[in-house]
Design a protein around this ligand. Sequence first.
Ligand SMILES: *Cc1c(COP(=O)(O)O)cnc(C)c1O
Length: 375
Amino acid sequence: MDTTIKYPFHDLGAVNAPHLHRVQEAAARVVASGYYVGGPEVARFEHDLAALTGTRHAVGVSNGLDALRLILRAYIERGDMRPGDEVIVPANTYIATILAITDNGLKPVPVEPDCRTLNLDTSLIERAVTDRTRAIMTVHLYGRICYDAEMSRAAARHGLKIIEDNAQAIGASTAGGRHSGALGDVAAFSFYPTKNLGAMGDGGAVTTDDAELAAIIRALANYGSDRRYHNIYRGLNCRLDPIQAAILSAKMPYLADENTARAANALIYETHIDNPLVTKPLFSDGGDMVWHQYVVQTADRDRFRSFLAEKGVETGVHYPVAPHRQPCMRDYASLNLPIAEHIAATCVSLPVSSGTSADDAREIARIINSYTTPE
Ligand SMILES: *Cc1c(COP(=O)(O)O)cnc(C)c1O
């Protein structure tokens, strides 16, 4: 069997190749500056991110999980939440969303996704609310904005914070022109190398219009210190490295190009994939979907992936196990979440980033169309 990869799932070298000189220049500038923690590059990136998102504040942090953890911790420090309070979260999210909640002694309340959008089914929020619910952690999964009037009404009615996990949807915007990361009360970003805006290592950020919350998060991420050797919280060390900040500032002007390339590949799949064994994702040619992943569903996932691998097409699975089925979540294993489990059992991610050319995407679609049931 020839298993040479002809169509890599996500060729980060190819994605970053057009930016290599910019990235090297940015990294060299940091090395020469003498600022290796904090300093002007981090401040500049925070300014750039706030401008991109349309929020008053941005705080660079170490990674996406820490961004989510710090947001919840800040709400606890301010007295908006107490350990034991509940946070509504989509049942099919990446586990980091859940870990941020449990790490703070809060209780995740997984709610089923909509089987068309694969995002939190906002019509189920109302039923999931109890007197301990304090927040909805909405996840713009696969790059698709999950925020609507139903969510904001439920939040307003019950006094809930809306926290966006925007790790997968940087650059997305609603029909009304509002950006992901500026829709709720506060948002977390990840710049893990495979995200639509990827660092060359770990990175993350928080955006918000809430100045007080931003200040608490900034202090918490720096030993709980509001000024030097003065610790108002029992904080952490969760800072964004200036070398990553400089790289991200250098790449940010080209985020729109990356998202455009992804949308072009998604459109090719939408028009060319025509196979009754393969369910395509709900299509959107609007800005509300930045195609972090292009996720199809198929009954016999392993056979489908092996078939593609034999033809040189590398695929991914996001995610093979729903969080409540993970060993670390044993106490949630009895939850009945059939839609989340069905997605986990059937989802396959196709190559969609700018590392995949339009010709490659057409060829991948052709290969998918040749996939049949066993004799
Ligand atoms: C990547 C990701 C995270 C975590 O971000 P890291 O920077 O890897 O810690 C959280 N939530 C979602 C939905 C993600 O995709």
